[in-house]
Structure formats: structure tokens, C-alpha cells
Design a protein. Sequence first.
Length: 611
Amino acid sequence: MPSPDDKTPFRGVSWRAITIALILIWPNAWWIYMMEIVRYAGHPTTISLFFNSILVLLALVGLNGVLRRLAPRHVFSQSELLTIYIMLNIGSALVSHDFIQVLVPELTHPFWFANNTNEWAKIIQPHLKPWLTVRDQGTLESFYSGNDSFLAWYNLKHWVVPLACWSAFILVMVLSMLCLVMLLRKQWTERERLAYPLVQLPLDMTAEGAPLFRNRYTRPWNAVGWLPICFYPFVIGLGILLPLDLSFSCWFFFIMWKLQRVISANYAWDGLIQGFPFVAEQSFGAYMGIAVFALWASRKHFALLLRGLFDWKKDLEDQNEPVPYRLASIGFLGGTALMILFAILAGMSVPIAFAFFGIYWLLALAITRMRAELGPPAHDLHDAGPDRIIASVLGPQNLSDQNLTSLSSFFWFNRAYRSHPMPFELEGYKIAERARMHYRRLGFAIFLAVLIGIPAAFYAVLSLTYKYGAATNMAPPDVPLIFGGEPYNRLTGWIKTPPLPMTAIYTRWAIGVGFSLTILLNTLRMRFPWFPFHPVGYAVSSTWSMNLLWLPLLLAWAIKALMLRYGGLQLYRKALPFFMGLVLGECVVGGAWTIIGIALHIPTYAFWPWP
């Protein structure tokens, strides 16, 4: 909340803004799936700042300029523009490259591609629940061949039950995240005063008088020009917002991970020990370390919440929060219980279900914390979700085929975490705090975005897949086949050729190394302000995205270090609009080219990621 001395009135989250956002969520979902899957040209949901939402926001800012001249009474306020932006981010996260895009082909793949060689009909299909999958060969043929309609009843009837079940699960999960965000908002935003770098651009774009667009150092439409795209100017712009120790650590630890692989290959350790040097496991341990440190930093707050659950007379200091803490706590715990029950009904044993969601919430906490505190451009953590970690730590040979299959059923929201919904919910509340928007009305707007975003995402994915065909007219590399096959190919390996028992021991050691090093780095940072290594850089630098980001982040680190060294904060603040222009300019140009390509059916420039 703003300081008590701030007398600026709270601004409403208007029904006009909510209605427009709910309408835009539908074409936005269609646009994302066309970009990321059908055309494979532009991937906004694989980066922390969704360029599709930025482009829509810029279009609304431009519309505002027209309305000021022609119909001043209908001009959008800043709070209305930001409401639409926040809701679009939520809708985008649901249809994203790491969420429903993965779920849909996962529901069909083991029934269409089963054959005598992989033996999926015998080792996998019996363990998959009919109410969570699609098995009819006729509708599967249309799904993979295309030239059909999803809404045709002979197709739709086979999807009704699975979509209803998974939609209920997603709704409970994302609303549980929202409850957890409401419990964390005050502690992280007002008490610890985390920076939230990624909210700066939308706030600057919608500020009264549009100072960002009037600044003489910023020319967002031509700042990108024809700069070599391999340097990703927008990443340099985002990197300028990062603390120096984080941008330094990202590229430094990226090189360290590469050296680990080189040394391992030089001494043939990767041949002697399957999976060595266990990079994903070390990164998972680092994320766990960040989560534990976040819990420790907020321990007094969580202790207060825990006491308040048992002592209803205790003042929890939540009068100005989106919902009372007790209600949010009950919502989070109740939602988690429902998710565990869902997993058990899907075939997972009770202990594994509790372990699965315990790990998942720690990962969600770590990702949300690093976004709020530092705003890294990406945070993949590929192939290191609880579905894989549990099997790796315990050893797949020590788990039943039913448990292994059930873990694989939840692969879709654990494949990677680049577009995790929870950070966008918390950043929405930070935007609301800065723009003095009504917290409770914003919470209701986010709820509606989730409620409408789920069917919008499913409709976009399924209607376009039935039109183009998951195995026929999709652009290379035919992502639906990759998404659908990954969990079941991995599962086949677990069942048929499980790793040696010693591999589980090495996995535990690798997780322990990543966790311990993260705690050590955090401790040293707290004790020595000059310490140059940041644990978040260690955690995020091993991922696929960092292969593309490390050089722009190195350049951003060097530029910011030189500016602060020779020009101080005054030069940094003066130059900041230019770097915001880099981000905005490339998002606008890159996003606009995707629209041109879709409209004209031609291949176009895709600025992120470059194939």
C-alpha cells in the first residue's frame, strides 16, 4: 500500500475495462497459438515479459490518443489500461507454451501412437484414466490430420469430460496461487520492498502525460532498427533493470555450467555415470534453496498467519488486503487439498501426491520470489519438475507403473516454468499498488480472467489443431508431437530400462550441492554487500533460454557498470527511457510482424527466439 500520508484516492477497476479484457482474451489466445505452434514464429510466453500483452497495451494507449481528440469522455484511465494488461497476462499464461499447449496433445498421444514396438497399449494405457484422456480413434485421426472442426459433435463429445475435469483442476490450481499471492503481497511488497522490475514498462507506458513517449532519449519505434537480432536488444533493455550482481551471475554461471559439461566429457565421467553432471538436478536444488530462503525471510509473517488460523481473535493486520488472510489461507489449503485429491483419483498414491504438490508449491514460491525481487528475463527449469525429481530421487524402479504414469500425467504444467501464472498475479498487485487500484476489484478481475481464459485457451488450441492437424500442417518442428511424446517416451524408459540404483544416489547429491551452494551464496550476499555472485543467477543460468540470453545480459551488465562507474545514478536514470525503448520497440516490431504474417500467410521475422 502507499504510505498513509498519500491522499491520492483509490481508482476503480471498471467494468468497462474488465469487459474489454474478457473479450480480448479470446483472440489473444488464438494469436498466441498461431504464433507459437501453428507458425512457430515468435514465442511471447517463453519470456518473462509477454510481448503480445505489451503490443495490445500500446494499441490501447494509441487509441487513447484518438479518444482524447474525438471523444474525451471515453478516454481510458491508467487503472483501466493496466487492468486489461494484467488480465491479458493471466489469459496468456493459461494458453502458453508451458501450460495448456502441452496438456492437449498429452491427452491424445499414447492412444494414437501406440504400436507393437513401444507397447504403450500394455504398459501405459491401462494406467491412464478414461475421464482424463481422449481415446476415440476417429476424433484422434481428425486431431492429427486436420481439415475438421473441433465443434462438430462427433469430435466434441469425446472431449467434454476430459476438458471439464482438467478445467476444474486448472481453475482450482490458479485460484490457489491467487490465494497464496494475497498472503504474500504485503510482506514482499510493503515490508521487504522487493523491486518488481518487470512492472516498470507497463506503468511507464500508461503514466499520465505519457512521459516515456515524450522523452527525447527514447524513440521506441526506431530504436531497434536493423541491429543484429542475435543480440536481442530487448534483453539488453531488460538487463539494464537488473541488479549488477544478478546480470553478472547469469552469464558467469552460464559459462560455469558449460565448463562442467566440458570437464565431465574430458574425463569421460558422463559415460561412467548416467546423467552426469546432473545440471537439472543442481538447478532444482538451487530453486529449493531460493524457496527456503524466501520462507525464512518471511518467517515472522508466516508465523503470524499460522497463529491466526487457530486464534480468530488475533489481529492479522489485513484490513486493506484483497481478502482477509484467514479466508486466503483456507482457500490455499483447501485448493491444495482438492488438487491432491484429484491426483489420487488419477492414480497417484497418497504419499507421492503429497510430495508432488509440496515440491510444486516450493517451486512456485521460488519462481514468484525471484520475479518479484529481481525480474530475470526467463526462468525455464526444464525437466526438473516434481514429476521427474520424485522419480529420479526415489528411483523409477522403486515406484509402481501406476505412480510413474500418474506423475507423467502432470508433466504438462511441469515441463518448464517460463510462463508460470503465479508471478503475473503478484505483479498485478504490485501494479495496483503503484497505480492505486482497488485490490479486491482487481482480485475479482483476475478470477474472471482465469474463468474465461481456460475455455478460451482450450478452444484456441483445439479449433486450430483440428483445422491444421497436429501431425500435418504445423510448422516445423511440429511442436504438438514433441509435447505429446515427451512424457510418454520418458515413461517408457522408466518402465523398460530404469537407470541404475546408484543414479538416484548421485541425483540426491546433485540436488544437495545446488541447495547448499544457493544457501551459501545467499548468506555471503547478506554478510558482504560487495559479494558479486547472486544465487538466482546460479539457479536460472543452466536453462535453455540462457543459451540465447547470456550474451545480451553480459552486454547489459557491462553497459550498466560503465554508466554507474562514470556517470552515477544521474546518467543511469537519464538513460533508462532509452533502454525501455529498446524493450518496447522490439516487442512492438516483433509482435506486429507476427500479425502481418498471419494475415498475409507469409513467413515473417520472429525476434524471439530466433530458430
